[in-house]
Design a protein around this ligand. Structure first.
Ligand code: HGY
Ligand code: MN
Ligand code: MN
Length: 419
């Protein structure tokens, strides 16, 4: 028997608007980078909202925040939900946020309905889902699932060459990173509510997406070293221009995605740094980061090989030194039957049509799937836009996602005193 709920749309949207105020970019854009003062202020807001909702709050050594609603049988593995609040530069206010604040609203509404869970329900705000500061995404969920151990975490440095360990300690997270990982089966199941960040739901006029798999992401960092010099004095035949070599690498990245012949293969050079960066100095060094994905691992790995070979050939041809670092290469994940069926029951109960689909974006769910069965709920993105200030999902669309989440959590948690 599922509870009858009243999601308070005004309360939820007030939370989303309040969280959007914590940004280092002019509105409507959002920039919120791990452990910056803005992020720390936003974290304080999340902790306060969790406490006001009657959750017991704890934080781990990498800054994951856990808000637990104690169930009747505390010894059973809890049901979990959550997402992230960090935001890539100049992005939107819904990516990640609706998975944290929507889950909070789901819990508040379940409490107000008089529902009492048999299993505890845990809300998780993960640290650093975005790769912005340390080059690798999902640091919090990677650490929680043990996929990135404390030595690897300690080796991470940001663009100012500051270590994750120093930065997290300065942010007040002093305990040992080795204490973060949770054991397999720590949760009964995990569900994340997220915006689709693509055009399918809006195009089909369907309010809910149920994610059955998440694409396999990989990231390369390539550094090309040539020879600097005066842009006027060095003749073309004498040059070893790192940026011209980089431009050939960028075209090779595009070719690598086309080479698989699969619409699911994507590759992007989203970050490029030129040294010394003066119009009248020949670039001596270029660093680029390359994002490579496919819904299946083999073609994704094929693209990695293609790009590595192209970098080597271009460097040899232009007498350039090339360094290639593989920052991450993760397998795809498949959703679990238990959470998926709770979601289809919830959609049926609410008479909401849904579309089963793959997520081309990665999420913390990708790593939580290493700990327990997982699934995701998508709500439509206007125009399919995301990682842009004009990212938008209508309040009533978000509310539908929260209703589905709340009922699925209730179904997975079971009701107290009901076997
Ligand atoms: O890049 C991604 O897929 C996610 O938005 N971090
Ligand atoms: Mn994102
Ligand atoms: Mn996200």
């Amino acid at each position: 028997m599922l509870p009858s709920l009243q999601i308070k749309q005004a309360r939820l949207m007030a939370d989303i608007e309040k969280l959007a105020e914590f940004s280092d970019a002019p509105p409507p854009a959002i920039t919120r980078i791990l452990f910056t003062p803005t992020d720390l202020a936003a974290r304080a807001f999340i902790r306060q909202q969790m406490r006001e909702a009657g959750l017991s709050v704890r934080e781990d050594a990498i800054g994951n925040i856990f808000g637990r609603w104690e169930g009747g049988e505390k010894t059973l593995p809890p049901v979990a939900t959550g997402s992230h609040i960090d935001a890539v530069p100049f992005s939107g206010r819904y990516d990640g946020s609706i998975g944290v604040l929507g889950a909070l609203e789901a819990v508040r509404s379940l409490k107000e309905s008089g529902f009492e869970p048999r299993r505890s329900i845990e809300l998780i705000m993960f640290s650093a889902e975005e790769p912005t500061r340390f080059g690798i995404g999902c640091l919090g969920s990677r650490a929680l699932s043990g996929c990135l151990d404390s030595d690897n975490l300690k080796a991470l440095r940001d663009s100012q060459n500051r270590s994750l360990d120093d930065i997290r300690r300065e942010a007040g997270y002093q305990s040992d990173l080795a204490s973060v990982p949770l054991p397999q089966g720590a949760y009964e199941g995990f569900i994340e509510l997220h915006i689709e960040q693509g055009p399918l739901l809006e195009g089909a006029g369907i309010p809910i997406g149920l994610v059955t798999s998440i694409a396999a992401p990989a990231t390369l960092r390539v550094t090309l070293k040539g020879e600097g010099g005066h842009a006027g004095a060095v003749l073309m035949a004498k040059r070893r221009d790192a940026l011209v070599a980089a431009s050939e690498v960028i075209l090779a990245v595009e070719k690598a995605a086309a080479s698989t012949g699969r619409v699911d293969s994507v590759a992007t050079v989203g970050l490029l740094k030129v040294h010394p960066g003066a119009v009248n100095s020949i670039p001596s060094r270029v660093t680029m980061e390359i994002d490579i994905r496919d819904t299946s691992q083999a073609p994704r790995d094929g693209m990695l090989a293609h790009i590595k070979a192209a970098v080597a050939a271009i460097a040899a041809d232009r007498d350039i030194e090339a360094e290639i670092e593989l920052l991450n290469a993760d397998p795809p994940s498949r959703s679990g039957e238990l959470p998926l069926s709770a979601l289809t029951v919830a959609c049926g109960h609410l008479h909401l049509p849904y579309l089963k689909m793959t997520s081309r974006a990665y999420h913390d769910t990708l790593f939580m799937s290493l700990l327990c069965p997982t699934a995701m709920i998508f709500v439509p993105s206007r125009g399919g836009f995301s990682h842009r200030p004009d990212e938008y999902t209508a309040p009533e669309q978000i509310v539908k996602g929260v209703e589905v989440l709340a009922l699925a959590l209730a179904r997975l948690a079971g009701e107290k005193n009901h076997e």
